[in-house]
Design a protein around this ligand. Sequence first.
Ligand SMILES: Cc1cc2nc3c(=O)[nH]c(=O)nc-3n(C[C@H](O)[C@H](O)[C@H](O)COP(=O)(O)O)c2cc1C
Length: 358
Amino acid sequence: MSDHPALVRAAGFCETFNLRVPMLLAPMAGACPASLSIAVANAGGLGACGALLMQPEAIKAWASDVRAGSNGAFQLNLWIPDPPPKRNIAAEDAVRDFLHNWGPQVRREAGDVKPPDFGAQCEAMLDAGPPIISSIMGLYPEHFVARMKVKSVKWFATATTVSEARAAEDAGADVVIAQGMEAGGHRGAFDATKAEARMIGLFSLLPAVVDVVKVPVVAAGGVADGRGIAAALLLGASAVQVGTAFLRCPEAKVPSAWADAIGRALPEETMITRAFSGRPGRSIATAYARAAADPATPVPAPYPVQRGLTQAMRDAAIKENDIDRIQAWAGQSAGMATANAAGDVVRRLWEDAQALLR
Ligand SMILES: Cc1cc2nc3c(=O)[nH]c(=O)nc-3n(C[C@H](O)[C@H](O)[C@H](O)COP(=O)(O)O)c2cc1C
């Protein structure tokens, strides 16, 4: 490595977290098979499991699969849950009627989704003994943070604003992940009701966070090539977290219609939508996401009710490989993603970034 201060900072981060490349695979709930993390970790980066939808046994099995295939460099990740939402059956009926234009008739009970038990998921994460546990949508409770510290598990906390970053550091986070609004998937805002009003681009968010916290900062959102990595490191990041740019890799195993749409998407062809889950997230501007944004369309139900209501449509879409209805999360730099092996993506992006910082 050269002695460019940005590379020296990144090298320090790598040393602390046992990496060869300052690149974290983004935890992506529903799109993080062990195969993808194994490939990223073996290329020197950090693997990741978005465990939101996983039962405790599945979390432990994922960790042991990744350990069996790699050096065990990975993060386990959970959303911090909100209290159960208020239900409005009449509004849900209107959403169900709309969804019938896009898939099978939706039963009323489809909205009664019961997420896996958060406490049990937290226990499973600790039992799995990862080097890193990360959070999004809020902060872990104090007693859990204390238990992570006892076990020397490092806490990486996602923040979408400077005040969230400050709160994360105050609560004991070891690293802040600054998630810009370019990012694919759900917005990590602590308060979901404010997420759409507080859309901050990474170029503004990252240096502002770096200026106020003492812990290392990881940049996430739209980082998809060597230029993005070099820029993030110059803006003060110690590493980058990359999601969408890995979704076309064979190891990600996402439906081909979704992977192909990522490769074609211009930045203006993604959008923020609550129409899949009830929480705002960035997806390809598919026919369904665009129709759901029409002011005449019923407003999506809150999370996780909307996720339950759209389940049948999403399942049918995957079966039929139908991009119009697939929950096609993607960041604004989607079009830079290549369909190469994940290890090659890690190596190429990092070589390109280093060349720019020499
Ligand atoms: C399919 C998908 C699922 C995601 N799920 C999660 C998740 O479960 N937990 C989380 O912290 N972030 C999640 N994210 C956000 C990523 O951690 C990260 O912020 C984002 O991918 C970075 O932007 P990029 O996609 O432009 O690289 C998800 C992103 C995608 C694309």
